[in-house]
Design a protein around this ligand. Structure first.
Ligand code: PMV
Length: 335
């Protein structure tokens, strides 16, 4: 039996603008994870994927015949194909995840990553993060339209990333431990729909939107520098500015704004929505002194769940620069 995992993720800065070529900063969230368990099955059974959380059983042969196979099956087929193996395998795979679905925490990319890793491990052909990321990106593309590639990248590398599409991935050291609270509005957020709505608005007023994306990109670069320097007050202020720009992009929601305000009113250094928006999760940067108070305030303001995520300073957690031989997402032009 083989078991593989993958974490969730948050975008600390630069969502949406990243689709249009600006930089973004994302962090892995290891407090939640997707898990894929793989077992050899009796001969002739074929591939069966049990997605317990979705209440679905996915049959490999049916998906192979389908014009739009299920993303879970696609992830397995992509990994098998990459390893030069037939899709006709007698395998039972069970997928579980405690990453909220449609919450901006990368649940789809995490489940795909766990599946790709499970296939690679099961056939004793472990894959480097760059290849896992590339395979997951292929699946993301089929189901999310024009993803930037940031979700598959941060989840496959499991490190803080400074991401610019079509460029070599950079990770960076964290100067001072970051403590983030991640609060769920309980409203589902469809990445595909929100990204599509932003695209329509961009098409109508390119000049205004490009200027918003420029500002978001500048903030992402400053956020990275402030994280490296351990200047948490600066990181917080930049998160606040980023949230205002996301409001201008019309991807916030009443609930997201109330949670952001509650966090700020109770001592968070900064707060913003994270991911596609119009629902899903928001994040608040806190300190050991304020985290309990902010958590209480978020729950009181209606958050369905609050997760605490710590990203340790480089001294505690050796972050090294990653220099893949090729861009993390090499095959796409800008939208
Ligand atoms: O998957 P989500 O909801 O965390 O959003 C991904 C971030 C976007 O920038 C909105 C889209 C993308 O592909 O980068």
């Amino acid at each position: 039996m083989t078991v593989a995992y993958a974490p969730g993720k948050i975008i600390l800065s630069g969502e949406h603008a990243v689709v249009y070529g600006r930089p973004a900063v994302a962090l892995p969230v290891t407090q939640v994870r997707a898990q894929a368990t793989m077992e050899d099955a009796r001969e002739g059974q074929g591939l069966v994927i049990e997605a317990a959380d979705l209440g679905q059983t996915i049959i490999g042969r049916e998906e192979q015949a389908s014009s739009s196979p299920h993303p879970l099956a696609m992830s397995v087929f992509a990994a098998l194909g990459y390893l030069g193996l037939s899709a006709e395998q007698d395998l039972t795979i069970t997928v579980r995840s405690d990453i909220p679905i449609a919450g901006g925490l990368g649940s789809g990319a995490a489940v795909s990553t766990a599946l790709v890793r499970a296939v690679a491990q099961h056939f004793s052909r472990p894959l480097p993060a760059q290849e896992v990321s590339r395979l997951v990106y292929q699946v993301e593309r089929l189901h999310h339209g024009t993803p930037s590639g940031i979700d598959n990248t941060v989840i496959a590398y499991e490190q803080p990333v400074y991401f610019v599409r079509d460029q070599t991935l950079e990770t960076f050291p964290v100067g001072r431990t970051l403590t983030l609270l991640i609060a769920d509005t309980g409203e589902p957020s469809s990445t595909k729909e929100v990204v599509g709505a932003v695209r329509q608005a961009w098409q109508r007023s390119k000049h205004a939107y490009e200027s918003l994306f420029d500002k978001m990109g500048e903030i992402a670069t400053l956020v990275r520098r402030a994280i490296e320097e351990g200047d948490l007050v600066q990181v917080g202020g930049l998160m606040d500015k980023n949230h205002q720009l996301l409001q201008a992009l019309e991807v916030s929601s009443h609930r997201l704004d109330s949670l952001v305000q509650a966090a700020k009113d109770h001592g968070a250094l900064g707060a913003k929505l994270s991911g596609a928006g119009r629902g899903g999760n928001m994040i608040a940067l806190v300190t050991p002194d304020t985290r309990r108070e902010v958590e209480r305030a978020l729950l009181h303001a209606g958050a369905e769940r609050v997760i605490e995520n710590e990203v340790k300073a480089a001294a505690e957690n050796d972050a090294a620069a990653v220099s893949p031989a090729a861009p993390a997402r090499p095959d796409e032009g800008l939208p």
